[in-house]
Design a binder for this molecule. Sequence first.
Ligand code: SPV
Ligand code: MG
Length: 288
Amino acid sequence: MPTLRDLICIHDEPSFLMEAHDALSAAIAQRAGFKALWASSLSISSSLGYRDANEASWSEVADVVERMARAANIPILVDADSGFGNFNNARLLAAHLHRRGASGVCIEDKLFPKMNSFIGDHHPLADIEEFCGRLKAMKDAVPDPRFVLVARIEALIAGYSQDEALARAHAYAGAGADAILIHSRKSDPMEILAFARSWQNHLPVVIVPTKYYRTPVAEYRAAHISAVIWANHNMRAAIAAMRNVCNRIIREEGIAGIEPDVAPLEELFELMAYDELAAAETHYLPKT
Ligand code: SPV
Ligand code: MG
C-alpha cells in the first residue's frame, strides 16, 4: 500500500485524495479504490454542525480523524486549518493527529480563526516568518520521517500576486514543508498553472480544483501536479442524496418508491464488517 509520502512526494503521476469526514465516508472512499483521504475541515465541520471557521475544536477534529483511520486502512492527510493558533498549538495538534492515525497534516498561512476560502473577501495572511515557525515546530513535534507536512498558500485567495505566492512557497520549503498546496478560487486553472510553471516543482504541488472543476486531469499531468484533492464531494453527494430522499418520502408518503435508490442494508453491514463480528463470536463466545 503506498504511503502518503509515496503518493505526494515520490510518484510521478498525480495522486488523488478523496474527501472524507467520518468513518463511513472514509470506508466508502477506500472501497471505491482511492489510495488516500483528505480530512476536510469544511466537511468535518459541516457534519458536526459547525461552520468552517474554526468553530470545531482541534480535539473534536482529532476525534473524527481517529474514527476515519479506524474505518479505512489508507493514509489520511488532515486539513488542520491554520494550526489552531501559534507554533505551540500547531505542534501540539500535529503530534496528536500523528498519534491518532494521520499520515500527514496540511496548514494554511492564515490567522486563527480562519474562514473558509470561498466565503467573503477577508482572508488576512499570516506573517511569513511566523508561519515558518509553525511549520518548523510541527516538523520537530513529529520526528516520523513518513509524516508529510503540507504548507498551504492562501495568497491567491487573498488577492495577492504570483510573486507573493512564490516568495511564500520558497520560505515554507526552507522551513521544512514537504509539499506546497496552492489554492485558488478562480473558475479556471490559469493562476494555478502559472504558479506551477514558475515554481518548477521545487517541492511537490498539491491542488484543490473545487472551483475550476471543469479542468481535465490531463492538464494537471502535463503541469506535473503531484496531488489533486477532491475536497468536498462525499459531503456534497450526501447532502444531495439526503435532500432527495427526504423530499420523496414526504411527497410519496412512503418508502416503496425509494428502495432501489438507497443503499441496501447488506452494503452497510459489509462496510462495517459485521462478518468479522460473526467470526469473532464463533471464536470467543463459549460453545453452547
Ligand atoms: C477543505 O476541504 O476544508 C478545504 C478546501 O480547506 S476549501 O474548502 O476549498 O478551502
Ligand atoms: Mg479546510
